[in-house]
Design a protein. Structure first.
Length: 67
């Protein structure tokens, strides 16, 4: 259910807001990878979650561009 709510929130945003969120998610992913490489990351599953969120954001952007 958490994922569906997140996707619904994304669908209600404009393309500009989605682009901003995409940039923020990519920065977070970079930071998580950096922490993982230096053995400072405790929750490694967060990397997978952020990658999926990036894909969800890109999917919504593509869907809105088609309409």
């Amino acid at each position: 259910m958490k994922t569906k709510n997140y996707v619904n929130e994304l669908k209600n945003k404009s393309v500009a807001e989605l682009q901003e969120e995409l940039v923020a998610a990519k920065k977070e992913l970079f930071n998580l990878r950096f922490q993982n490489a230096t053995n400072q990351l405790d929750n490694t599953s967060r990397i997978k979650e952020v990658r999926k969120n990036i894909a969800r954001i890109q999917t919504v952007i593509t869907a809105q561009a088609e309409n």
